[in-house]
Design a protein around this ligand. Structure first.
Ligand SMILES: *Cc1c(COP(=O)(O)O)cnc(C)c1O
Length: 358
């Protein structure tokens, strides 16, 4: 098969990363976050690979939940905070989706909406992010509105940390305490608060359900996992060199000649650009791998192409393979050059990029 610009997705790496979650949080159930098409990796593929390791899956949009449900008739699927109305609630019940209730109005609406089949709700407490979630008072009201209703199969309590990757744990532990204490005052309900960073750095926050996202895909947001628990990149973003040229001292490369040769140099042109999902704002010097060796971006990324300085790699030739991120070059490192994070890089791969699952 002819490949020009593609991603390779490794089931072995994904399952390895899930096993690290399991080791770190041996007692918690695992809710694998597969929103945004499994962080760009393919939600249905991820769900299939994690079938025996995850206890459920979570997505951010109703359309994502429906798509996942089509291929996973039995799986537990949570629809994260979204805009709810009667029709959406009925659809969630019909498709047996768990839903996050993040505001009091939705709790009231749900309390007064008869459903054909009962659903499980995850009540969300705002513990400091100030994005979604109820205040303590609203949370208790919502709990009481829904608690004894026959169309509510169960109530779980959740929250989301704002700073879980920070080295100083005090804020996260304070935030965790808010949910733990409020939940305890309402009886015995399953609790969920830990994202990847908290799974890795704050074991006391694991509670009943952990919610790993980025760590499943191979990035450790804390950068503090010991070597024996190292994660493996699931996605490898690759392309090929399609042209080579020598440039003279002072020659510019690419639009507006942003990069200028400070000495006679050799430039390789790669068949990947921002229309494939490589960030246009990547600066000169952003690393790439050519045949496994480091080289750096030279010149502005264009729609279909990017250019790299391979002066130090004299054997480079047309047809050689380039890794934009993956094994040997973490997406997080590329992201750090571009003012972004692996999450955004992964979710921006576009549809013209071929996908090879192994
Ligand atoms: C995306 C998300 C997570 C996972 O976060 P990671 O940093 O990717 O582990 C957990 N909880 C909620 C509510 C989320 O939206």
């Amino acid at each position: 098969m002819h490949r020009t610009t593609w991603i390779e997705l490794s089931s072995e790496a994904l399952r390895h990363n899930a096993s690290v979650v399991r080791q770190l949080a041996p007692k918690a159930a695992i809710l694998a976050m597969v929103k945004a098409n499994g962080y760009g990796h393919g939600a249905n593929w991820v769900a299939e690979q994690l079938n025996s390791q995850a206890n459920g899956f979570a997505v951010a949009r109703l359309c994502e939940a429906m798509h996942l449900r089509d291929s996973n008739p039995q799986a537990r699927i949570l629809l994260l905070g979204t805009l709810l109305d009667r029709e959406v609630l009925q659809e969630c019940a019909q498709s047996q989706l768990d839903i996050v209730i993040h505001d009091l109005a939705s709790a009231k609406l749900l309390a007064n909406t008869p459903l054909a089949t009962p659903i499980t709700v995850w009540l969300k407490l705002n513990i400091g992010m100030n994005r979604l979630g109820m205040s303590a008072g609203e949370f208790c009201d919502a709990h009481h509105f829904l608690n004894s209703k026959s169309h509510i199969a169960g109530i779980q309590h959740m929250s989301h940390f704002s700073d879980a990757e920070e080295v100083d744990a005090s804020l996260t532990l304070q935030q965790a305490k808010k949910l733990a204490e409020l939940s305890a005052s309402l009886g015995q309900h399953p609790i969920s608060m830990a994202n990847s960073a908290a799974i890795i750095a704050h074991p006391t926050t694991h509670c009943d359900w952990v919610r790993p996202g980025i760590m499943l895909y191979g990035d450790d947001p804390t950068q503090r996992l010991p070597a024996e628990l190292a994660l493996k990149p699931v996605m490898r973003f690759k392309s090929k060199i399609i042209a080579m040229r020598d440039v003279a001292n002072g020659d510019g490369v690419g639009y507006n000649r942003r990069w200028t040769a400070a000495m006679p140099s050799r430039i390789a042109t790669v068949a990947a650009g921002y229309a494939d999902g490589y960030p246009r704002h990547a600066p000169d010097g952003t690393p790439v791998l050519v045949n496994g060796q480091r080289a750096s971006l030279a010149g502005r990324v264009s729609m279909d192409l990017l250019t790299i300085d391979v002066s130090h790699l004299p054997h480079t030739a047309v047809g050689d393979e380039v890794t934009l991120w993956g094994e040997g070059l973490a997406a997080a490192e590329v992201g750090s050059h571009c003012g972004t994070i692996s999450y955004e890089l992964f979710t921006r791969i576009t549809t013209r990029v071929n996908r090879y699952y192994s």
